[in-house]
Design a protein around this ligand. Structure first.
Ligand code: NZQ
Ligand code: ZN
Length: 385
């Protein structure tokens, strides 16, 4: 196991009817701005419940944060925060709303060009407004981590930043809120969380048994509960297990003390920015191809994963690795998430564009060994056609 420092201060309020607790969690002496997305929280009564629990608080609202939150939209929120002297934010939504809120929180207190927050990967962030979250979609783990992914729509740059200053103060996780998710978003969420675990697990062995077995437990949970939630959207236990698994998948616990990959995410982000394909779907395209391309380096962990998650019988390591990759593809497809570029009408031209953007962003030494250059990325994407 590698050395590590781990700290996660986010308070989680999990289970039935947690929204009323906002009355205690949101400081009453603050001016609060609720940030939300395209309107699902209005349609399903979540915003009303949130406002109902903040009766004694001065509340502003900012709606319209898009999936893959646009920098341009978030900057409008920053202007309002500054003008109205808002001093607490409350994100009510999925990963896009929470990520957008993290950016607003940091940009509101940043004196220079706010895009520097992104280009510096967050290193220029020294302070941010405090904020909390009400999560409506189990997927990204943003509710319990320090990362946000922001999309500058005008230039097609989708990039992440991270900072300890943008850890939520608290996150409300009510599994019942996810009953209303469209099938596509439920499936996306399971795939995104599943891939988060794999990015931190399918590398090379460092004999980190706690991290490995945590990862395998979470993967098994998503494997069992994903199809159940799709079949029966109001199965509380399935929704609860998926929600907690997705949070645990990316709250820093799994990556402490182990090598991590993240190449599928960085390549996938370019596909979303250029072609608007849902985040999880880009991962389902890239990861299997990347594994096939990097099978030699990853074969031991792939075989372990195959045995412990997909019950693949012990045999030759390479054969087990192949079967593990195939089982993963079958799982994504079973959830309705397609795994080839051609399924989304993308071909060689798209690959060339993705490579151009990866170069522009300097993302040309990816993966746990830093060996995925632009040339490797191109070759592996061709395997995803
Ligand atoms: O916008 P509204 O109307 O609210 O509708 C949303 C949106 O259309 C809808 N939705 C959310 N909760 C709902 C609901 N519909 C019905 N009932 C509910 N309870 O779902 C749609 C997608 O929402 P979005 O927030 O975009 O999805 P997700 O949570 O998957 O977030 C994706 C974003 O998170 C980033 C991705 O890159 C992407 O931009 N990620 C953030 C990470 C992080 N901060 O650590 C890590 C991830 O790898 C990921 O990259
Ligand atoms: Zn992701």
């Amino acid at each position: 196991m590698q050395d590590f420092i781990y700290q996660n201060p986010v308070k989680i309020l999990f289970g039935h009817d947690q929204i009323p607790a906002l009355a205690q969690e949101v400081p009453q002496d603050k001016k609060v701005m609720i940030v939300y997305g395209g309107g699902s929280v209005i349609k399903h009564g979540i915003l009303q419940r949130v406002k109902g629990s903040l009766k004694n608080t001065l509340v502003f609202e900012f709606g319209g944060v898009e999936p893959n939150p646009h920098y341009e939209t978030l900057m409008k929120a920053v202007e309002i925060v500054k003008a109205e002297k808002i001093d607490f934010l409350l994100a009510v939504g999925g990963g896009s709303v929470i990520d957008g809120t993290k950016f607003i929180a940091a940009a509101a207190l940043y004196e220079n060009d706010p895009w520097e927050i992104i280009t510096s990967y967050g290193s220029v962030v020294k302070q941010a407004l405090p904020f909390g979250c009400v999560l409506t979609l189990a997927a990204t783990g943003s509710e319990m981590n320090n990362t946000a992914v922001i999309n500058r729509a005008t230039t097609q740059d989708k990039l992440f930043f991270a900072s300890p200053c943008v850890m939520p103060q608290f996150s409300v996780l009510e599994p019942e809120i996810t009953y209303t998710l469209p099938e596509r978003q439920t499936a996306n969420g399971v795939v995104d969380a599943f891939v988060h675990i794999l990015e931190q697990y399918i590398t090379y062995p460092v004999n980190a048994k706690v991290q490995d077995r945590l990862a395998e437990g979470l993967l098994n949970t998503l494997k069992e509960e994903g199809p159940t939630a799709l079949k029966n959207p109001q199965d509380y236990d399935a929704r609860a297990n998926i929600m907690w698994a997705a949070t645990m998948a990316l709250n820093g616990m799994l990556s402490a003390g182990v090598p991590t990959d993240w190449a599928s995410h960085l390549i996938g982000q370019e596909i979303t920015a250029l072609y608007g394909i849902d985040h999880a779907r880009t991962l389902a395209i890239v990861m299997p191809a990347l594994w096939r391309y990097c099978k030699n380096e990853k074969s031991e962990k792939l075989a372990q994963y195959g045995a412990r998650v997909w019950n693949i019988p012990e045999s030759d390591t390479e054969k087990m690795a192949d079967e593990a990759i195939n089982a993963t593809v079958d799982f994504f497809e079973q959830l309705g998430v397609k795994t080839r570029l051609s399924d989304y009408d993308l071909g060689d031209e798209a690959i060339a564009e993705v490579i151009r953007k990866l170069k522009e962003h300097g993302h040309i030494a990816l993966g746990e060994h830093g060996k995925i250059t632009a040339r490797e990325a191109e070759a592996l994407l061709k395997m995803a056609l």
